[in-house]
Design a protein around this ligand. Structure first.
Ligand code: DP6
Length: 323
């Protein structure tokens, strides 16, 4: 009997943005993230000789075979390593409080890597699990670990994987602001490709990354929310600036994203250490102390509805779900 495996999502404080190798998913730069408790995916994989193709049942609904590309990439690698010839049924449940529309490839592909290797009887190290998850989605490589994790870009399939940096057992948390005015979708995969290929700002982004990364690691060591937040906010703004220089240009920001960023700046002026980051979508995440989260949430609900704000704390690494 195969087991359910749980992986939590992560949010990058130093972003992964651009691939050196598209096929192997080797990134252009190291990235560093915080794994969170509030959003996670449970997945079970069953290899089944009666199937004629891989199947994905997500939140109880069978998915069209078109969306299975990332899933089959991971399954193929597991089949190859385990000498399995049959197709698989993948059952997956995304746990997202409220209808947040926060589909997470990080937790989803990490849980799949764990569940597929478990079902195939492979006992992979965390490093090899991270490498496997990376093939599904780059950011998934970091969801193998709890707390802060760094994905070292490496140069090839063997040396590109995440490692734990700090267990985040200190006063840090994140508030998610789920905005309502969704932008037209540019997937992170397409967005980063277009940026690498066409944005004159991309070189500038890459130039400052090593500094941001070493500053961030030092800030984590010092457990300084001010420094972690300041560096993360700056890093996110630089990443988003590259998209405006792309051809054709695009942005993940909506009017409500700007409103959320302004709200965070105002809350900061009130004296709270609150900083924002954003990914390949319009939602805004607020980095702050756990002990300030309820006070900051109080302030945020003067701008947004209460159900648009979700609190998260540092979360654990991948593990077999207890029933
Ligand atoms: C902006 O991991 O979704 O969230 O490797 O193409 O599947 P693929 O991309 P993905 O990209 C995440 C980009 C980001 C920044 C980050 O999480 O580091």
């Amino acid at each position: 009997m195969s087991k359910w495996v749980r992986a939590h999502t992560n949010i990058a404080l130093i972003k992964y943005w651009g691939k050196e190798n598209e096929e192997l998913i080797i990134p252009k730069n190291n990235s560093l993230s915080l794994t969170l408790d509030a959003f996670y995916t449970d997945t079970k994989v069953t290899f089944d000789a009666t199937l004629t193709e891989d199947q994905l049942v997500l939140d109880g609904e069978q998915q069209a075979s078109g969306v299975l590309k990332k899933v089959s990439t991971v399954l193929d690698l597991v089949r190859e390593q385990a000498g399995i010839k049959t197709f698989a049924r993948v059952e997956s449940i995304n746990y997202v409080p409220t209808a947040a529309g926060l589909a997470s490839s990080a937790s989803g592909l990490a849980a799949l890597a764990g569940a597929a290797s478990e079902a195939a009887g492979l006992t992979l190290s965390k490093k090899d699990l991270s490498r496997l998850a990376r093939h599904g989605s780059g950011s998934a490589s970091r969801s193998i670990f709890g707390g802060f994790a760094e994905w070292e870009k490496g140069t090839n399939d063997e040396d590109s994987f995440a490692t734990p940096v700090d267990d985040a057992s200190w006063d840090i948390g994140m508030l998610f602001i789920i905005v309502k005015d969704a932008q037209k979708d540019v997937s992170s995969r397409d967005g980063m490709r277009r940026t690498v290929e066409t944005s004159p700002f991309y070189a500038g982004w890459l130039n400052t990354l090593d500094q941001d990364l070493s500053d961030m690691k030092q800030a984590i060591k010092e457990r300084s929310i001010k420094k972690v937040g300041t560096i993360a906010e700056r890093n996110a703004l630089k990443m988003h600036a590259t998209t405006l220089g792309a051809n054709p240009p695009f942005t993940y920001w909506s009017a409500d994203s700007m409103k959320a960023m302004d709200a965070v700046r105002s809350i900061r002026k009130e004296g709270y250490d609150a900083y924002f980051t954003m990914d390949a979508g319009p939602n805004v995440k607020v980095i702050c102390r756990q002990t300030d989260m309820s006070a900051i949430k109080e302030q945020l609900i003067t701008y947004f509805d209460e159900e648009q704000i979700i609190s998260a704390k540092p979360g654990p690494g991948i593990h077999v779900r207890e029933n």
